[in-house]
Design a protein around this ligand. Sequence first.
Ligand code: ZN
Length: 162
Amino acid sequence: MSIAAGLTATKATLDIAKALMDRLNTPNVDVHDVRMKVQEMPIHVVNAQIALGEVQSAVHAAEDDNRQLRRELETLKDSRAVADSLVFADEVYLRRKKDGSFDGPFCPACRDIDGKLVRLKLGGKGQYGGCPDQTPCRKYDCITHKISYFIPESKFNNVRVL
Ligand SMILES: [Zn+2]
């Protein structure tokens, strides 16, 4: 069934009703003929109901698909906004905020391998063996990958660190 089938069924019903009125307005009404036509009408009405029910189901399915696609689109927009805001700074990712300052740092392995934005945990400050140029730096750890990153203190003048 389809919308066309439903329209055809309702037209058939209306055509029968018109034919019945014409016959009822004739002097010698054939009661048997009128009865046969009246019995035919519910068949077309049922066909119209079935067609409308199927169309309603199709509309609901399309609405569900539409909602799902909108959710996916929002997720993609969010992912795109995150990707557009990321800056790779030496060894880690920083996220540029609307006010121009940076947030982070975030693990490059989590981002590049797993596609996730994972904030690195500050493990300490000081002179570590992994510090470049033997300068004081911050040690950041990825709790997922068990990787440590050593970033010179001077890199974080306007970076918010939690
Ligand atoms: Zn990681």
